[in-house]
Design a protein around this ligand. Structure first.
Ligand code: NAP
Length: 259
């Protein structure tokens, strides 16, 4: 399927690895020019070079912390006037509801709610003026059903979801769509981090932790960054202009709900 977005420009945040990289790869395959971002410059440059070589699209790499005001300013300056924005950042650490301080909540809200909101506020006016735009926020299945060990994620991402629900319906008539992608478990460094916490807590091996988690997923396996990226690219395509303010679960059936 021709996604109809060749020649468009995308800013994909937190994209040197994992799900962000999967989105960047799929957009590049559709002919989209990219601005990529992550904190570790070496890993980011290697990803940018690999995507340029594989897809022949222009790729600008900006090493910066997207959760800081200075980092966002740097990234937005390099991205110019993007047609497509994919927001993403690292997820908050696991823990217990009783442990977190105000500062822990502020950090999680900054990274997983206020950062994507600030990025949308920066790029939406240009998209509206040009009459076309696509925003995809990478959130989490924890928005649909709480993950008990990830209360900071449950909290911050639900706030972002509320913002998107209202804002998406205010910008849709200008040809701009905003939707959220809700990953369940995917085979990325983040999953390794979560599985390593289980290994430490329960004294089991990594293989056992992965097998136990995979057994809880109807698909019987973890998702891949490529599958995730393909859905992101479709949401950014010309075919997805009527998909507005949706929360799309990519979780192998893990969230046990009828709707
Ligand atoms: P990942 O494999 O660890 O990759 C994270 C990417 O984000 C890396 O490129 C990392 O590079 C970059 N990054 C992290 N913090 C950043 C920051 N402050 N500024 C700029 N770049 C930053 O993680 P992932 O699995 O792709 O997860 C992406 C998001 O989806 C996270 O919020 C995660 O919580 C959420 N999620 C993931 C899963 C899953 O199973 N994988 C499930 C549900 C939700 P640097 O470290 O160099 O900055």
């Amino acid at each position: 399927m021709d996604l109809g977005i060749a020649g468009r420009r995308a800013l994909v945040c937190a994209s040197s690895k994992g799900l962000g990289r999967g989105c960047a790869e799929a957009l590049a395959a559709a002919g989209v020019a990219l601005t990529l971002n992550a904190r570790n410059a070496e890993v980011l440059e290697a990803t940018a070079a690999a995507i340029r070589a594989a897809h022949g699209v222009p790729v600008t790499a900006v090493a910066a912390d997207i959760t800081t005001e200075a980092g966002r300013a740097q990234v937005l300056a390099a991205a110019g006037a993007p047609d497509i924005l994919v927001t993403n950042a690292g997820g908050p650490p696991p823990g217990l509801w009783s442990d977190w301080t105000r500062e822990d909540f502020i950090r999680a809200l900054d990274a997983n709610m206020l950062t994507p909101i600030a990025l949308m506020q920066a790029v939406l006016p240009g998209m509206i003026a040009r009459g076309w735009g696509r925003v995809v926020n990478i959130t989490s299945q924890s928005v649909k059903a709480p993950i008990l060990s990830l209360g900071l994620s449950n909290t911050a991402r639900t706030g972002l979801t509320g913002f998107v629900a209202g804002t998406s319906r205010q910008v849709a008539r200008h040809g701009v769509t905003i939707n959220n992608l809700l990953p369940g478990i995917h085979a990325t460094d983040r999953a390794i981090q979560l599985d390593a916490a289980v290994v430490r807590a329960r004294g089991i091996t990594m293989d056992e932790a992965i097998a136990e988690r995979a057994a809880t997923i109807p698909a019987g396996r973890y998702g891949t960054a490529a599958e995730f990226g393909a859905m992101c690219a479709f949401l950014c395509s010309v075919h997805a202009g009527f998909i507005v303010g949706q929360n799309i679960l990519l979780d192998g059936g893990a969230t046990n709900a009828t709707i």
